[in-house]
Write a protein that binds this ligand. Structure first.
Ligand code: G3I
Length: 391
């Protein structure tokens, strides 16, 4: 005789899974829905499916592997790396690793102007969509990066600037069109946007960019307002490098964002990139102080692009990796302890994907996983911090 099987628990679990899947569409705050979606992958990776995913309670099978994202979830904390869909197209090992370890991704290049807006009247969203699709399928958030920067600009912008082809009003139209089209395309899909990237020089003055020259300093406030109009769900960030400790650049960033807030500009956070080297990372107390004063303005802080170069040190390989792990431990601990710091992103998933060797011309190993995707001492340090818990 066949046993009668009740469908009620099954329908309940599937309904919960569908609710979590459809309600979790990256709208502003990280919510329980995001967490539910992220938790799915911890029990079964990879998940290359477009059907609604079950919740963890539906699959109480094997004990999940320990992972950074699994531990981070306990704190509603988001840990991840920069990413490109091209990296995983032929690399199932990387798919597994990224989906297991991370719950937030930043497109390293895919949303930069040269890639996404190569001609004046033509946008190419394919590469950016690849990042967003991968993140969605694996229950991850996306930090959009960057809407306004003056690097990796397309030829048509550079030529127009060189030839003085446009008036100030026309440049405003061009920048507005770019920000609104890109942020609008990803409306509801992006947790946080780096709206303006690297607009301040090391001495604290405004960096001499095409946007400063053609529009004036107002381009920064304009970009935030346009981004908010195009995607009111996304958190909007100012993102920069070298202002992590309490120095002149950090002071200038503080004054810039303070001014934006006072002018009623929609800005929600500051990204501290954290491209550092052995011996050049900010001290814990300075970093904590900087995060605290930004939080006091009502802003969030994300560590957005961390990597730690080894190449300038003459210590042994083992010593370098140990020192690197202490820097990661220090920065990660400060961020996890600070109520305003909720996201920690490294600039590349593994040493094989780092931009640094190409940029400096020297081999390096600046990230949490080595070129064979094995966790390094830096990974262990972060895992220890997560497992030890907040004070
Ligand atoms: O993909 C093209 C390839 O088709 C072409 O043949 C080749 C020839 O130069 O260029 C390739 O594009 C390069 C791209 O990286 C590939 O990933 C660009 O030239 C190169 O400029 C680009 O560099 C990126 C750089 O930003 C400029 O966009 C780095 O990968 C990326 O790591 C770096 O990231 C920046 C953050 O966005 C902002 N903060 C600093 C950080 C480090 O510079």
């Amino acid at each position: 005789m066949r046993r009668k099987i009740s469908l009620v628990p099954f329908i309940f679990v599937v309904t919960l899974g569908m609710l979590a899947f459809f309600a979790g569409g990256c709208k502003g705050e990280p919510t329980t829905n995001h967490l539910q979606r992220a938790a799915v992958v911890e029990t079964s990776t990879p998940v290359p499916t477009s059907t609604p995913l079950p919740t963890p309670t539906a699959t109480p099978t094997a004990t999940p592997l320990p992972s950074l994202r699994r531990e981070a979830k306990k704190y509603n904390f988001w840990i991840g790396s920069s990413f490109d869909a091209g990296w995983v197209s032929d690399d199932p090992l990387l798919v597994d690793m990224v989906a297991r370890e991370f719950n937030i991704l930043t497109p390293e290049v895919a949303m930069k102007w040269e890639v996404i807006h190569p001609e004046r009247d033509y946008y190419d969203f394919r590469r950016g969509d690849g990042v967003v699709d991968f993140a969605r399928l694996n229950g991850m958030l996306v930090r959009g990066h960057p809407l306004v920067w003056d690097f990796q600009l397309p030829e048509w912008v550079l030529v127009a600037y060189e030839e003085g082809s446009f008036t100030r009003d026309e440049w405003i139209d061009i920048l507005r069109g770019h920000v609104k089209t890109v942020a609008g395309h990803y409306r509801g899909e992006i947790y946080a946007w780096d709206v303006v990237n690297e607009a301040i020089a090391d001495d604290g003055s405004l960096r001499d960019t095409i946007w400063l020259r053609t529009i004036g300093p107002e381009y920064i406030a304009m970009a935030f307002r346009w981004a908010h109009e195009a995607d009111p769900y996304a958190l909007l960030f100012y993102n920069d490098n070298g202002g992590e400790g309490m120095n002149a650049k950090a002071q200038a960033i503080y004054e810039l964002v303070d001014g934006l807030i006072k002018d009623g500009v929609p800005i929600h956070g500051v990204g501290l990139q954290m491209h550092v080297a052995l011996g050049s990372a900010p001290a814990a107390d300075e970093l904590a102080q900087n995060i605290q004063r930004l939080s006091d303005l009502g802003l969030r802080v994300h560590i957005t692009e961390m990597d730690v170069r080894l190449q300038y040190s003459s210590a042994s390989e083992e010593q370098k990796l140990a020192s690197q792990s202490e820097i990661y431990r220090r920065v990660f601990t400060v961020c996890l302890q600070a109520p305003g710091c909720e996201v920690f992103v490294t600039w590349g998933p593994t040493d094989r994907h780092s931009w640094i060797p190409g940029y400096t011309g020297h081999p390096d190993a600046p990230l949490l996983f080595d070129e064979f995707y094995e966790p390094k001492p830096a990974y262990d340090a972060i895992m220890e911090v997560l497992q030890k818990g907040k004070d």
